[in-house]
Design a protein around this ligand. Structure first.
Ligand SMILES: [Zn+2]
Length: 262
């Protein structure tokens, strides 16, 4: 079974993919992350269509970016939205995508939001997916100030080797996406990541250079998994098994049955 540990199935561009996942018996599980309260609601709805869609709720740090197309994102009523996501969290299987990214403007505002989301993680004990571009060390300082019972994933990890070591020393998972098909630096990170802390992802529908910048879908996960198996010098089957086991540990025992049943 293949696992896409990080995608955004609520995005309208992936509507037909979600139909395929819900209506066919393709052997793929997708963790669908949210970016705001509307997206969180959509992901919870999608998950009702298929056990292979694992819904995470949360508010993405990109909500503060200045040139956001969406009016709601430009002027987020952040407190009511946090409250809404708090209410939705009890039906979710994880919290994400949350984090900090200096590219999205005010780091202070993002940090406040991140702290609110982490207190939700503390309360719910759910697994967490973190966006950590250019903010790994800051996030590593913040995390121990919470009593987090859920496992943590730094998705699309692209930091330094020393940051990777600091992350893995704490038993935190990292996931790699199709960018490993084109980046030698990322391949070195994959090589250095312990096998029991590695997950695969696509971050769909993020456009991908190898697809001539067309929208990606979680089907791209097969390429990412194959590349990881080459780097780890393993057969694809064994790698898939490892990633499946890792995903179940990441999601927690309660959720593992949901994944296992497919
Ligand atoms: Zn994402």
């Amino acid at each position: 079974m293949l696992v896409d540990a990080h995608a955004h199935l609520d995005d309208s561009s992936l509507a037909s993919f979600s139909d395929v996942l819900a209506l066919s018996d393709v052997d793929l599980v997708v963790i669908s992350n949210s970016v705001d309260s509307l997206s969180s609601t959509r992901n919870l709805e999608l998950a009702k269509r298929s056990d292979r869609i694992i819904p995470f709720v949360g508010i993405h740090p990109g909500i503060f970016r200045e040139n956001a197309d969406d009016t709601n994102l430009r002027k987020p009523a952040i407190e009511p939205m946090i409250e809404e996501v708090r209410n939705l969290a009890y039906a979710a299987l994880g919290i994400g995508e949350i984090g900090i990214d200096p590219k999205y403007g005010s780091v202070e505002k993002q940090e406040q939001l991140f702290l609110s989301m982490l207190s939700l993680c503390e309360k719910t004990t759910l697994p967490i997916t973190i966006h950590s571009r250019d903010s790994v060390s800051k996030i590593l300082q913040i995390l121990p100030t919470f009593d987090l019972k859920g496992k943590v994933l730094f998705h699309w990890f692209a930091g330094s080797e020393s940051e990777l070591a600091a992350i893995n020393d704490r038993g935190i998972f990292v996931s790699y996406g199709p960018a490993i098909l084109v980046s030698k630096r990322l391949c070195t990170l994959v090589e250095k990541t312990p096998l029991d802390l590695i997950l695969s992802e696509t971050d769909s529908p993020t456009p991908f250079s190898l697809l001539n910048h067309a929208t990606s879908t979680p089907f791209l996960i097969a390429s990412a998994a194959f590349k990881i198996s080459l780097i780890k010098e393993m057969k694809l089957d064994s790698l898939e098994e490892f990633i499946c086991e890792n995903t179940m540990r990441y999601l927690g025992t309660q959720n593992s049955l949901r994944v296992k049943s497919k």
